[in-house]
Every structure is written in structure tokens, then in C-alpha cells.
Design a protein around this ligand. Structure first.
Ligand code: 5GP
Length: 199
């Protein structure tokens, strides 16, 4: 990775990198939609690349850039990713494109990376001044209830997501801010306050 360029982004006074994590099913997407509607900071989502299939209701270029495994590998080999992870160990890859983050920072945006805990550690190596926020379900049982209620995964996928979630909840302690998502409005308001009071 060409860390020299990422290092120069650090000195960029206008934009910020915001790492936003939380286990699958905790309600991150709903919270983010609310945050974008209410928060005064110039927010911009970093649209990740993934090899997983598009779900109903998702849009290419907004939810993700949906790539074939070959396309993903091509970007990986070209060094286009800031970080990439096989998030659930089921053969689906997810990655943050360096160009997306750089463009956002250059536009003075607060670039939100909705990524897993492993990806977050990798991003922090290049952007140590990033703001880190973890959205927590309160308990593993509550998460299972929400994930089952969403009904978008097969039982195998769901079990895998729950296993990964347990590890993610343990890793939440390394985040600067941990917010328990009792209500979307309150969680979005808390995050907005964190962002608006950050320098
Ligand atoms: P989903 O398949 O439900 O959209 O996302 C599953 C998980 O992948 C989420 O926890 C999300 O934060 C994570 N994720 C999405 N994009 C990226 C990425 O670019 N990099 C990493 N490391 N994780 C990602």
C-alpha cells in the first residue's frame, strides 16, 4: 500500500475518516439513514466493493459495488483497496477502495466507512486519527432476535453471522465510542453529537 499518499491525507484539514462498525443485524443502515438526514457535518458514505450477491432493495453503486471474484481480485492485485476482508469466512469478500476515501477527503467530506472490526484495525494503521464508533445491540440474544426478524439470510449464513458477532462484540472495547442501539433516533442523535463536537 502506498502509505505516503494516505499519510498526506492525514494532514488534510477539511475531511475526516469515520469508522462505523457493529455486528450484522444491529441496525447500522437504518441508523446511518437517520444520521444523514439529521447531522450537520458534510457526511459521505464510502461505498465498498463486495463479491456477495445483491439483496432485494439494494442498489449498485449506492449499497455496494457488486463485483465478481475475478473483478475483486483484479482490484486487490492492483493495490486499489485500503483494506479488504472475507468478513464471514463464507467466500464473500468486502473491501474499501482507496480512491473512494481519498476523493471524499479531498472534497472536505466526513467519510463514513461501514466496515467490520478487522477492516477497522487495518484502516487505523493508515488513518490513526479516524473517529471510531461501534453500534452495539445490548446483548447477543437481542442481536439474534433482530437478525432473525430481518429474515434476509439462510440459517447457515445466520449462524455464521452470529458467531462472528460474538467476536465483534468483544472487539467493541477498542472503539472510542460504543453506543447501544435502543432506538434509532437516540443512536443517530448520539452519533451526531459525537461528530459535531469532534474537531
Ligand atoms: P452485509 O453483507 O450485511 O452488507 O455486511 C456484512 C458486514 O460486512 C458488515 O458488518 C459490514 O460492516 C462489513 N463490511 C461492509 N463493507 C466492508 C468493507 O469494505 N470492508 C470490511 N472490512 N467490512 C465491510
Amino acid at each position: 500500500m502506498d502509505s505516503s499518499n494516505e499519510q498526506s491525507d492525514l494532514n488534510h484539514t477539511r475531511g475526516r475518516v469515520v469508522i462505523f462498525s457493529g455486528p450484522s443485524g444491529v441496525g447500522k443502515t437504518t441508523v446511518l439513514t437517520r444520521l444523514f438526514a439529521d447531522c450537520k457535518r458534510p457526511l459521505k458514505m464510502s461505498v465498498s466493493a463486495t463479491t456477495r450477491l445483491k439483496r432485494d432493495g439494494e442498489t449498485e453503486g449506492t449499497s455496494y459495488h457488486y463485483l465478481t471474484s475475478q473483478e475483486f481480485e483484479k482490484h486487490r492485485d492492483a493495490g486499489d483497496f485500503l483494506e479488504f476482508v472475507e468478513v464471514f469466512g463464507l467466500g464473500h469478500w468486502y473491501g474499501t477502495l482507496k480512491s473512494t476515501v481519498r476523493e471524499g477527503l479531498d472534497q472536505g467530506k466526513w467519510v463514513i466507512l461501514e466496515i467490520d472490526v478487522e477492516g477497522a484495525q487495518k484502516v487505523l494503521v493508515h488513518y490513526p486519527e479516524a473517529i471510531t464508533i461501534f453500534v452495539h445491540p445490548g446483548s447477543a440474544q437481542e442481536l439474534e432476535r433482530r437478525l432473525r426478524g430481518r429474515g434476509t439470510e439462510s440459517e447457515e449464513d445466520l449462524q455464521r453471522r452470529l458467531e462472528v458477532a460474538t467476536k465483534e462484540l468483544d472487539a467493541s472495547a477498542s472503539y472510542q465510542h460504543v453506543i447501544i442501539n435502543h432506538s434509532v433516533e437516540q443512536t443517530a442523535a448520539d452519533i451526531c453529537q459525537i461528530l459535531e463536537s469532534a474537531e
